[in-house]
Design a protein around this ligand. Structure first.
Ligand SMILES: [Zn+2]
Length: 449
């Protein structure tokens, strides 16, 4: 082929690429940015690019919006579906990338460099929005602040499982224990081919979490490592989630005609990323718990609630560990051990009540420790008070083993009286299970935000 032909083909290719590209990213200086993030506490969105224009709405730090254009020191954004407005460029910035903090108590500084004044700390798992880079430092925005962090402690938000390692069970049946020892109490069993997340290694033992949420120690020789593969399928969670706070994540990579859209999906805001929540489905196995007047056992209901809760909490990025995943008898000591083992950020024990007084009705949230537990219990006040299905009886001190012997923040929820005919009917319905688990998720989000 003659050089002229080559040139013609090249020109055609360029035309195709350019034509397919949305108009607003053609400009040289806007090529890489499609989202803008607000960098100040609160700012007006205006009808046009200037202070004389009418304010349309308020936007707040850490919120991201689709960026349409940059003009004369103003950013043109879509602040609501199909609603266009302008913010002054000094109060917002184009988003470079979304990243996840990899280190607990990561220092946030006013200026880039080790001499920069420390203005706060970030927690492992926090999601941050990068707006600028300078050498080894990145300027980031969170809901609370704008500052600089060492870039080496950040990782790409698009691989939320990060460095988590996974493995597959090679034995026909493998015991899960509360501690890395053959003498330790058995809390469950894994079957051949089951996938697990490996959280920690100690001598010949792995600390694992299964897809169903069972956590504990297993003998390492029966686990085959699968490097760089996630246990769960992150796309599944993304597709199912209808989180109202979802944002569009778009990253455009590369330069010139070679740039391409790396990702365009709806992702729930991972407000619980980095948090471990241990859910304790009360009773199990030979211990059925209370029995309702219409024959439903407490152990079945608590498991149902725990499973729904696990699914919901995971869409917000939490790691959820269950103290039991089957209809097994698990002693109270093993339940508390799970909270300690995973350094639970919150331990939630799920129960359904029973009383001699058949008229007793409603939900109670119990705490033991007057500081750590009470703080967690308090976040349930709002969400439970809003439930219409059953009355909220309030917070109460409860001398329960799983609270008293628990060094992690813990609550015990009694989600209705099985001894009350009407309560018993309500708690067994799908709609109650949905609304009560949503209320619990709201309480947990409130507690961590
Ligand atoms: Zn119970």
């Amino acid at each position: 082929m003659r050089p002229r032909r080559w040139f013609a083909i090249l020109v055609c290719l360029c035309c195709l690429v350019t034509a397919a590209w949305p108009a607003e990213v053609k400009g040289e200086n806007k090529k890489k940015e499609r989202l803008a993030v607000v960098t100040v506490d609160r700012v007006n969105v205006r009808q046009g690019p200037g202070v004389p224009y009418r304010p349309l709405a308020n936007v707040h730090r850490g919120e991201t919006y689709r960026l349409i254009d940059i003009k004369d020191g103003w950013l043109k954004i879509e602040w609501k579906k199909n609603k266009i407005g302008w913010i002054a460029a000094s109060y917002a910035a184009p988003v470079r990338e979304m990243e996840i903090v990899q280190e607990d108590r990561l220092r946030l500084r006013q200026e880039p460099g080790l001499d920069g004044r420390i203005i706060g700390h970030l927690a492992q798992g926090d999601q941050v929005i990068v707006i600028k880079e300078k050498g080894e430092w990145k300027q980031i925005v969170t809901k609370k602040a704008v500052g600089w962090v060492a870039a080496s402690y950040l990782a790409d938000a698009e691989s939320p499982t990060g460095s988590r390692q996974t493995g597959v069970v090679t034995a026909d049946s493998l015991n899960v224990r509360v501690a890395p020892s053959l003498d330790a109490e058995r809390i469950g069993r894994l079957l051949h081919g089951e996938r697990v997340e490996i959280v920690e290694t100690k001598r010949d033992w792995y600390k694992i979490v299964t897809r169903s949420g069972l956590g504990g120690w297993v003998a390492a020789e029966y686990i085959e490592m699968k490097n760089g593969q996630a246990v769960g399928n992150p796309e599944e969670a993304v597709a199912e989630s209808a989180s109202p706070a979802a944002v569009d994540l778009v990253t455009i990579q590369g330069n010139g005609p070679r740039q391409y859209v790396k990702k365009w999906t709806r992702t729930p805001v991972q407000v619980l990323a980095g948090k471990t929540i241990v859910l304790d489905a009360g009773h199990g196995g030979k211990d059925g718990g209370a029995e309702s007047v219409n024959g439903v056992t407490e152990k079945t209901l608590t498991m149902e609630t725990a499973e729904r809760l696990k699914e919901k909490l995971e869409t917000y990025g939490a790691r959820v560990v269950l103290t039991r995943v089957n209809d097994d008898y698990v002693p109270l000591s093993a339940r508390v051990a799970t909270a300690r083992l995973y350094q639970a950020d919150a331990f939630i024990s799920l129960h359904y009540d029973s009383a001699e007084d058949e008229d007793a009705s409603g939900i109670t949230a119990y705490y033991y420790d007057r500081f750590a537990d009470y703080g967690l219990a308090q976040s349930f006040q709002g969400p439970f008070s809003k439930l219409s299905a059953l009355p909220f009886r309030g917070l109460a001190f409860g001398n329960y083993y799983v609270l008293r012997e628990n060094e992690r923040p813990s609550v015990l929820l009694e989600l209705g009286y099985l001894s009350n005919r009407s309560d018993a009917e309500v708690v067994a319905t799908d709609s109650y299970q949905e609304t009560v688990t949503t209320a619990i998720v709201n309480a947990v989000r409130h507690y961590f935000q």
